[in-house]
Design a protein around this ligand. Structure first.
Ligand code: HEC
Length: 113
C-alpha cells in the first residue's frame, strides 16, 4: 500500500517536472549560441559596422521582439537572410536562446562585448 502511494506520488511529481520543461521555449545551448553569434553575426552587428547593420546585443530587443525576429517569415525579409540560411536550425535555436535569455526585459539583460 505504501509503495503504491509513493509510486503514484512520483508519477505526479514527474508529470509536473515534464510540464514545466515544456513550458520553456528557448531550449537551445546558450553558450554555443553566444559563440556562433560572435563568430557569424557580430562582424556586421557591431558598433560602426561597415555593413551598415545595426549594433545588436541581447539587450537591444525585448524577449517578445527576439521571438518575433526569429520567426522565419520575419528574418527571411532581412538584408542578411542568407546569413541566417547558412546556420543550421540548431545553431539558430542556440543563438535565439542566447539573445532571448539576456534580452532587455529579461532578469539578466546583457551586451555582447
Ligand atoms: C554581412 C553582414 C551581416 C551579417 C553577417 C549578419 N547581418 Fe543581420 N543585418 C545586416 C544588415 C545590413 C541588416 C539590415 C539593416 C537594416 O536594414 O536596418 C541586418 C538586419 C538584421 C536584423 C534586423 C535588425 C533590427 O534592428 O531588427 C536582425 C535581427 C539581424 N540582422 C540578425 C542577424 C543574425 C542573427 C545574424 C547571424 C546569423 C546576422 N544578422 C548576420 C547585416 C548582417
Amino acid at each position: 500500500m505504501k509503495k503504491t502511494v509513493i509510486l503514484l506520488l512520483s508519477i505526479v511529481i514527474g508529470l509536473c517536472v515534464i510540464g514545466v520543461s515544456f513550458a520553456v521555449e528557448s531550449d537551445g545551448n546558450e553558450r554555443k549560441g553566444k559563440y556562433v553569434y560572435r563568430q557569424e553575426c557580430r562582424q556586421c552587428h557591431k558598433a560602426d559596422s561597415e555593413a551598415g547593420a545595426p549594433n545588436l546585443s541581447p539587450d537591444s530587443k525585448t524577449m517578445a521582439q527576439w521571438e518575433s525576429a526569429f520567426e522565419k517569415e520575419n528574418y527571411s525579409e532581412l538584408e542578411c537572410a542568407k546569413e541566417w540560411d547558412k546556420r543550421s536550425e540548431e545553431e539558430l535555436n542556440d543563438i535565439f536562446t542566447y539573445l532571448h535569455k539576456y534580452a532587455a526585459d529579461s532578469p539578466t539583460p546583457a551586451k555582447c562585448l
